[in-house]
Design a protein around this ligand. Structure first.
Ligand SMILES: [Zn+2]
Length: 706
C-alpha cells in the first residue's frame, strides 16, 4: 500500500490516485458582504418573497431515501438516509455501500460500454490512438484463457532477480527492480514538492512495505487484530506455496515475512504523527542519506532505478532509515528473499491466474468483510482507469460532463470562495496580520474542475494478449513519470485524479482544489437540480476542500504552498482551542460499543466538514438573497432541502470490519458522524428544523472553527 507523504487531502474515504494538467481560475473579484443580509431593527420589514410549490424530486432530493418516521432533531442521519439504508444492502463484493459507490457503479457501467466498444474497434493506433490503447489494455485484462495459460509465468523475471539476493548489495538491486515497477517492499520513493520551497520537486523516501493496513495491525494487543495477524501468516504461506515453494519452506518463509514486517511496523510512524508535516519532512542530500543508512548502497539504488542524479531528498523520519539500514544487516539473505518474493506475488497476484486472484482476495475478505470478488469486467474497468486513466477519461468526459456542467460547477466554486472572503473579513478570532495572509492565500487558491486542460500521454506499448506485462509496463511508466519530476520546477498543470474518479482533493503545496467530473454527477450535482441541492451537496464538498487550506494542516502552508507558519501566536492559540473542542465532540462518537472515533486523527477532516458546510450555506444564502420566490418542496423549506441534500450524499451501509478499519486508520470520520457532527455544529440546522434545546441535534455546546 502506497502512502505518499505529500499532504494531498482527499474528500472521501475511498482513495484513487494518478496525475496531468489545469487551468487557473481567476481570484474572486466580487465579495458578498454577509452583513448586508442583516435587517436592522429600524427598517420596515420588507415583504417576504412569494412561495412556489415544487416536489422534492424536482428539487433533486430523494424522498424515498428518507425515513420520515425518524425524528430529524434526534438523528438526522436516520431521517435523511433511513430509507436508503433499508433499500441498499451491501453487495457481496463490497466492504461498504454508499452513494458514491452507486455513482462509481454508474460510472463503471458507462466506462465498460466505452471499453467494450474500444476493444472491438477496427481503427488502428494511427487514426485513433486513444481508442486503440484503452481497447487493447481492456482486451488483455478480459482474456481469461490467456491469463490462465500464462499462470505464474509473469512473475518469473521478478523472482529471478530476487533469487540472486545473497548480501546487502544484491538486496538493494532487487529492491530497485521491484520499486521501479511500483512494488514497495521496505520503503517507497516518489517525487514531492519541497515543503520549504514549493516551486521545486524533490525526491521523497518514505516508510512502506507492510502487507497489512497499518502498524497497529502488527503491534496492538487487540484480539481482533491478533486474529487478523494469525490469518495473515497462513495467507502469506499459501501465496508463497502458489509460487512453487514446498510446504515446509513456505511456512518458514511466512514466519520470516511476519518478523520483518513487524520490525518495519515498529519503526513506522503512526498515522497521527504523519499528519504533522514537520514530522514527515527531513531534507537531506545524498551524503546525508548515506550517513543515515550507510549499508544500503544508494549510488547503486539510484542508478538501478534510472535516476542516478537525484540530489535532494526528504525522508519521513531519521529513525526509520537508521532502523531499516540496521535491519538489512541483521536479517539473513534467505529471509529477505522470502520477504521480497511475498511482495512480488502479493502485488502481481490480481493480474495473474485464478488461483492467485482467489487467494489474494481472501486477504481483502478478512480485512474488510467483502464477501465476493467483483466480476472480471469491473476489475478490468478499474485496471484501465489505473493504468491509462487520462486516456479513458477522454471519452468519459465527452459522455458525462458536457457543455454547461463545467460552467455551472465553476460558478459554485466562485461563490464559495466569495463566501470565504466574506467570512475572512469579519472573523473575530483572527488578528489582522494573519487575516491579510489568509486573504492572500484564498486569492491565490487555484481550482481545477472536471478534467485537465492538457491530456497526459502514455508512451509505452500495450499488448492485447499479455495482461500482466501491460500492468507492469503501466506501473513502470508511472514510476518513471513521477520520478522524472525531481529536480525540475513544479508543473502546475497536473490533475491528481482521473476524470471519472468520484472524489476531490485539496493540495496544500499547490494551494489548489481539484474536482474530477466523476464527483460532479447526481446526487451531488446536476444542471437540473435546484440551487439548494447543488449547494448542499456539491457546495458542501467544495467548501470542505477549500477549508482544508485553512485547517490544522493547511494553516501550516502559506499562500505559495511553502511550509511556513503564517499564523500569529494568538490566532494559532484560539484555532487550537476551537480545534480541541471539535476533537472532543468527535471522540465522543461511538462506532460500536467501546470503539470511539479518534478526534485527533480526524480533526482536519471534521473541521473541513463543518467549515465547508457553513461556507456552502452562506454562499447559497447569498445567491438567494434577492430571489423573487421561495421554493417549497413537498413542504420542505429551502434550508431544509439544503441540509437534506448534504446528508443524503453520505447515505452508507458498511460492514462492521470495514468500519473498524476506517475508525482505526482513516482521517475521515464514519459517514453518519460526517452528517451528525457538522449539523450539530451549525445552529442554522436546528433553526431550519425547529429543534428544541436539549435535542441531540441542538447541543448546548457548539464546536466550530471555520
Ligand atoms: Zn477532506
Amino acid at each position: 500500500m502506497r502512502t505518499p507523504n505529500t499532504f494531498v487531502i482527499l474528500s472521501l474515504a475511498s482513495v484513487a490516485a494518478t496525475l496531468a494538467s489545469c487551468h487557473h481560475a481567476k481570484p474572486p473579484t466580487k465579495v458578498i458582504k454577509l452583513d448586508e443580509m442583516v435587517i436592522e431593527g429600524k427598517q420596515p420589514e420588507p415583504p417576504g418573497p412569494a412561495e412556489k410549490d415544487i416536489t422534492l424530486a424536482e428539487a433533486g432530493v430523494n424522498a424515498s431515501w428518507m425515513d420520515r418516521g425518524a425524528d430529524p432533531c434526534g438523528d438526522f442521519y436516520q431521517y435523511a438516509c433511513g430509507g436508503w439504508m433499508k433499500d441498499n444492502a451491501i453487495p457481496a463484493d463490497q466492504a461498504a455501500w454508499d452513494v458514491t459507490k452507486v455513482m462509481e457503479q454508474d460510472n463503471e457501467t458507462a466506462l465498460n460500454q466505452i471499453l467494450v466498444g474500444a476493444a472491438k474497434t477496427t481503427t488502428d493506433a494511427k487514426t485513433d490512438p486513444v481508442t486503440a490503447k484503452i481497447g487493447a489494455y481492456y482486451a488483455a485484462c478480459m482474456d481469461e484463457a490467456g491469463i490462465e495459460k500464462a499462470d505464474a509465468k509473469p512473475l518469473a523475471p521478478l523472482l529471478a532477480a530476487i533469487a540472486k539476493v545473497k548480501d546487502t548489495k544484491s538486496l538493494v538491486a532487487a529492491l530497485a527492480l521491484l520499486h521501479a515497477h511500483q512494488i514497495w517492499p521496505l520503503f517507497d520513493i516518489s517525487a514531492q514538492q519541497d515543503f520549504k520551497d514549493a516551486t521545486q520537486e524533490i525526491a521523497s523516501l518514505d516508510q512502506d512495505g507492510l502487507g497489512l493496513p497499518d502498524r497497529d495491525y502488527y503491534l496492538s494487543d487487540d484480539q481482533h487484530l491478533a486474529d487478523i495477524r494469525a490469518f495473515y501468516v497462513t495467507h502469506v504461506e499459501k501465496m508463497l506455496a502458489l509460487t512453487g515453494m514446498k510446504a515446509a519452506a513456505a511456512k518458514t518463509a511466512a514466519a520470516d515475512v511476519m518478523r520483518i514486517e513487524t520490525a518495519i511496523a515498529t519503526l513506522s510512524q503512526t498515522r497521527v504523527e504523519r499528519r504533522d508535516p514537520y514530522k514527515v519532512y527531513h531534507r537531506v542530500n545524498r551524503d546525508g542519506l548515506a550517513q543515515l543508512a550507510p549499508h544500503l548502497g544508494w549510488d547503486a539504488y539510484f542508478g538501478a532505478i534510472g535516476f542516478a542524479d537525484v540530489k535532494d531528498i526528504s525522508v519521513n523520519s531519521e529513525a526509520y532509515w537508521k532502523g531499516i539500514d540496521a535491519l538489512a544487516g541483521t536479517e539473513k539473505p534467505a529471509a529477505w528473499r522470502n520477504y521480497l518474493t511475498w511482495w512480488a506475488v502479493h502485488a502481481l497476484a490480481p493480474r495473474l491466474s485464478k488461483r492467485f486472484v482467489d487467494e489474494s482476495f481472501t486477504l481483502r475478505q478478512t480485512l474488510y468483510g467483502v464477501k465476493e470478488l467483483p466480476p472480471r469486467w469491473k476489475r478490468c474497468v478499474r485496471a484501465v482507469d489505473e493504468g491509462l486513466g487520462e486516456l479513458l477519461g477522454q471519452p468519459y468526459v465527452q459522455q458525462k460532463f458536457s457543455g454547461d456542467s463545467k460552467t455551472l460547477a465553476e460558478a459554485i466554486v466562485t461563490h464559495i470562495k466569495d463566501a470565504m472572503a466574506a467570512e475572512l473579513a469579519t472573523l473575530a478570532w483572527m488578528d489582522d496580520a494573519t487575516r491579510k495572509v489568509a486573504q492572500e492565500k484564498l486569492s491565490k487558491m487555484v481550482d481545477q474542475i472536471g478534467y485537465p486542460s492538457k491530456w497526459r500521454e502514455y508512451a509505452f506499448d500495450v499488448s492485447p494478449t499479455d495482461y500482466a506485462a501491460d500492468a507492469l509496463a503501466a506501473q513502470a511508466f508511472e514510476f518513471h513519470r513521477v520520478l522524472t519530476k525531481v529536480g525540475k520546477p513544479v508543473d502546475k498543470t497536473e490533475f491528481g485524479m482521473t476524470p471519472p474518479t468520484v472524489n476531490a482533493y485539496y493540495d496544500p503545496s499547490m494551494n489548489e482544489m481539484v474536482f474530477p467530473a466523476g464527483i460532479l454527477q447526481p446526487p451531488y450535482f446536476s444542471k437540473d437540480f435546484d440551487d439548494a441541492v447543488n449547494y448542499g451537496a456539491t457546495g458542501g464538498t467544495v467548501g470542505h476542500e477549500l477549508t482544508h487550506g485553512f485547517d490544522d494542516e493547511g494553516s501550516q502552508f502559506d499562500p505559495d504552498g511553502n511550509l511556513r507558519n503564517w499564523w500569529s501566536d494568538t490566532t494559532a492559540k484560539s484555532f487550537k482551542a476551537d480545534g480541541a473542542c471539535v476533537s472532543t465532540q468527535y471522540s465522543a462518537f461511538e462506532a460500536k460499543p467501546g470503539l470511539h472515533e479518534n478526534g485527533d486523527l480526524t480533526l482536519g477532516e471534521n473541521i473541513a466538514d463543518i467549515g465547508g458546510l457553513k461556507l456552502a450555506l452562506a454562499a447559497y444564502h447569498a445567491i438567494r438573497k434577492d430571489a423573487k420566490e421561495r421554493l417549497v418542496a413537498d413542504g420542505f423549506s429551502e434550508d431544509q432541502q439544503f441540509f437534506l441534500a448534504y446528508a443524503q450524499t453520505w447515505c452508507t451501509n458498511a460492514r462492521a470490519e470495514q468500519e473498524e478499519v476506517q475508525v482505526r486508520t482513516n482521517e475521515h470520520s464514519l459517514a453518519r458522524f460526517r452528517v451528525l457532527g457538522p449539523l450539530q455544529a451549525i445552529p442554522a440546522f436546528a433553526d431550519a428544523f425547529q429543534c428544541k434545546a436539549g435535542a441531540a441535534m441542538k447541543p448546548a455546546n457548539v464546536c466550530t472553527v471555520w
